[in-house]
Design a protein around this ligand. Structure first.
Ligand code: SF4
Ligand code: SF4
Length: 288
């Protein structure tokens, strides 16, 4: 089977390769050590993009978190690719990773020539837009980067203008300010952070910079059923009330919004109920 057939068969909308050595300037020593522990003598990286747009039903969960957890679903799709690669190159090692990775995934995509590099920091693959999960396979098989890095998006600036906390600038993305991270952060929040979350429309994640991107305006529904079907679009207070960590994880098994436990969701929902809060969820619970 060809590499193209392997990746297409896994549901990837686009894929490419980059040389591991090209990533080294962007990886700190700890990340390099972690990569080399996973795959001694790393020489190349495969990177692929899986579309997840689930539609645009109202809700208070970020679009990426409405279907199955991509940390499980994408590696499952990539396992067949790894098996095919091992059959083609039996003496080589192939280690698949999604999100929890020492590799700078979006940089891998750019070096591999996959799609476009969004000013928002996101990878863009028309017609799927930015609604993509990236997966990588680290290998000791020597691979080369694309002759040209992916081109920049149309650079309209809409994502920078839409970001309510100034996390996007001409210099790049400041992840420490991003609201998506703030909705997931445990522990005490400052008054300012509480106020920001109170006004934020979602209790998990943030889609604002993606929603305004011109490449997303006609994004098709994901062809991958695990991201499109059995969605949870909204959580209400009663959905997370009085649940222990274990009960919460059992109730919402396989969902990306469970990884921080029920406490952060209870807090975010509570903030939305405050008198000065923004618009709360239109429906307490909705499954589509
Ligand atoms: S996800 Fe939200 S907070 Fe983060 S950069 Fe985009 S618009 Fe800004
Ligand atoms: S909103 Fe505009 S500047 Fe931002 S990623 Fe999309 S095309 Fe690029």
């Amino acid at each position: 089977m060809t590499l193209e057939a392997l990746w297409t068969g896994s549901g990837a909308a686009a894929w490419g390769t980059c040389a591991y050595r090209d990533l080294l300037p962007y990886m700190d020593p700890a990340a390099q050590a972690r990569a080399e522990a996973l795959c001694p003598a790393p020489a190349g990286v495969f990177v692929a993009a899986y579309p997840y747009f689930p539609g645009d039903a109202p809700g208070n969960l970020s679009l990426y978190a409405r279907g199955q957890d991509y940390h499980v679903a994408v590696p499952r799709r990539m396992e067949g690719v790894c098996e095919g690669l091992r059959a083609l190159y039996p003496d080589r090692r192939f280690v698949r990773m999604v999100d929890d990775s020492p590799l700078p995934e979006r940089l891998c995509a750019g070096l591999a020539g996959v799609g476009l590099r969004g000013r928002s920091g996101m990878t863009i693959v028309p017609p799927w837009g930015t609604y993509l999960f990236l997966g990588t396979i680290l290998t000791d098989l020597p691979l080369e980067s694309a002759p040209e890095v992916s081109p920049l998006c149309m650079d309209c600036g809409a994502c920078l203008a839409a970001c309510p906390v100034g996390a996007l600038t001409e210099a790049g993305v400041d992840r420490s300010r991003c609201l998506s991270g703030l909705t997931q952060r445990k522990g005490a929040l400052t008054e300012q952070e509480r106020e920001i979350l109170t006004r934020h429309g979602l209790v998990w994640g943030c889609d604002l910079c993606q929603r305004v991107c011109p490449y997303n305006q006609d994004a098709p529904l994901s062809p991958l059923p695990e991201f499109r079907e059995d969605q949870i679009t909204t959580l209400g207070p009663q959905d997370v009330a009085a649940l222990t960590n274990r009960k919460f994880r059992e109730k919402y098994a396989g969902r990306a919004f469970t990884w921080r436990g029920p406490g952060v969701l209870r807090r975010n929902l509570e903030l939305h109920r405050e008198p000065s809060g923004g618009k709360g969820p239109e429906k307490e619970t909705e499954r589509t």
